[in-house]
Design a protein around this ligand. Structure first.
Ligand code: SAM
Length: 459
């Protein structure tokens, strides 16, 4: 090990920071975040350095001199003058001060790691100055799977530490207790922003002590987006790795299923419009049954669970049965298709509003509010609209939209086999039939479709 990682309490410590550019600005921010008192020395201070009245900074607009080292605990040189940096290093070292010359590992008695800040949890990564870019990349990877509220979880633990110690006299019992808190539903309450519920659950667990029953199951109602795995949210990915069992739909892409915990049991309940593999009430029953067995159930749905996804019906059933659940938003296919095809859903020149509608009603009709949908200056997005395309086109034209109103049909948006067809209201149906567009396809209707020619280039 080239360097010993130590975490230093900086409150009240005095730091000398030499430099007035953007590099010095970044170091200043970190020092202030850690509570240090900083003397900043630079004859010229750039706009990158922004000092607020509450900051503990003494600004000296002059050149560095040795006397400035007096009374300091730590020194950072962030100038572009190599000779000056070297002088600072030697003079600080002679006084046994910790000194860092930015981007020059040879002239450092300490180095500053890449930091992941989940205060009070701090994760520091160092490559001993050998590959700082690699450290930043590693940091990005860790950032992406570590929920931001981990710090709150540590604060919760700190709040109950004494009580837990009093309740569980042995180390082993305490360890069991904390593992259950950090890996179970209490942590999930914190991650989903429900601190009150987390406190209540923790207090109940504490009261039950060693008699606490086995943890109950719960359901994660997750939107997996339109298919490209890169569009998953951090939270969705984390819960996908945690669940014991997965109940998934036809619209969930293979790439996404591959990210689910390998040893999780998988139930396919996919359905095509009017050809339900598993009826909705049986899906509801399955979710309830699995959760009652104490399992962490991942209910994985295409797009967003609460947009034409029956997520609402499933959530209602879970509430009725007293089963804990959390819903995680996904990118709805309208947004995926729009962005991946270069068709903004609103644009000041073409559409001031956007409406999402379904082309497939519960009783197999397409009986929509046509006067409201056939308005100029709005974009209409129709999910599940292929089957009813003839009615949709006729009704929109019949209620006032021009026959040449542009229409885009996008099949498997965001996926490698995505296809798009650009047409207009009077021709779209024959084109869809001729080019054999199948489900899942989404319709974007309105003048924003004209932007496709220009913006699709960038997609
Ligand atoms: C039952 S709805 C589910 C919608 C989903 N909850 C969402 O937010 O996108 C199924 C319809 O969504 C649309 N859809 C879903 N994924 C799609 C994709 N990748 N490309 C195009 N349309 C898609 C199609 O219209 C499909 O028939």
């Amino acid at each position: 090990m080239d360097h010993l990682p130590i975490f230093t309490k900086m409150t009240g410590k005095h730091c000398l920071l030499v430099g007035g550019g953007s590099v010095a600005a970044r170091k200043l921010d970190i020092l202030l975040d850690a509570g240090a008192q900083v003397t900043l020395v630079a004859p010229i201070v750039s706009d990158a350095i922004v000092l607020q009245p509450q900051h503990a900074v003494t600004l000296l607009k002059e050149r560095y001199n040795t006397s400035m080292l007096e009374g300091k605990d730590l020194v950072i040189a962030a100038t572009d003058d190599h000779a000056l940096n070297e002088t600072i290093f030697h003079e600080a070292s002679a006084r046994h001060l910790f000194v860092n010359v930015v981007d020059n590992p040879e002239l450092c008695s300490f180095i500053m790691p890449s930091i992941i800040d989940r205060s009070p949890i701090t994760i520091a990564i160092s490559t001993s100055g050998k590959a700082p870019v690699l450290a930043r990349i590693l940091r990005g990877k860790i950032e992406s799977f570590l929920p931001h509220s981990y710090g709150k979880l540590a604060q919760l633990a700190d709040k109950y530490r004494a009580q837990v110690k009093a309740k569980f006299p042995t180390g082993a019992a305490r360890k069991n207790f904390w593992e259950r808190v950090f890996e179970g539903s209490i942590a999930e309450r914190i991650f989903s922003g429900n601190e009150d519920a987390a406190n209540q659950e923790l207090q109940a667990l504490l009261e039950q002590g060693q008699e606490a029953p086995i943890e109950k199951g719960e359901v994660y109602l997750i939107g997996s987006g339109p298919g490209d795995p890169d569009l998953l949210t951090f939270r969705a990915l984390r819960l996908m790795q945690k669940a014991d069992v997965v109940v998934y739909d036809r619209l969930v892409s293979k790439g996404i299923l591959n990210l689910v915990r390998r040893d999780a049991d998988k139930f396919y309940v996919g359905k095509k419009a009017s050809n339900h593999c598993v009826p909705q009430d049986q899906i509801n029953e399955l979710l309830v049954k699995l959760a009652k067995e104490g399992k962490r159930v991942l209910r994985l749905k295409g797009g967003d669970p609460y947009i034409f996804g029956r997520g609402g019906e499933e959530a209602e059933e879970l509430v009725k049965e007293g089963i804990q659940f959390q819903a995680v938003p996904g990118i709805t296919s309208a947004a995926g298709a729009s962005n991946y095809c270069g068709i903004p859903l609103t644009h000041r020149d073409y559409a001031q509003s956007v409406t999402f509608a379904t082309g497939h009603l519960k009783d197999n009709t397409v009986d929509l509010d046509w006067p409201a949908l056939a308005r100029e200056n709005q974009t209409l997005v129709i999910y599940m609209g292929l089957g009813g395309l003839e009615v949709i086109s006729q009704q929109l034209i019949g209620h006032g939209l021009s026959t040449d109103t542009p229409v885009a049909v996008i099949y498997k948006a965001t996926q490698p086999d995505q296809r798009i067809l650009i047409s207009d209201l009077s021709h779209v149906r024959e084109r869809v039939l001729a080019e054999e567009f199948k489900t899942p396809s989404i319709l974007i209707i309105g003048h924003v479709v004209k932007l496709y020619d220009r913006l699709n280039q960038a997609c």
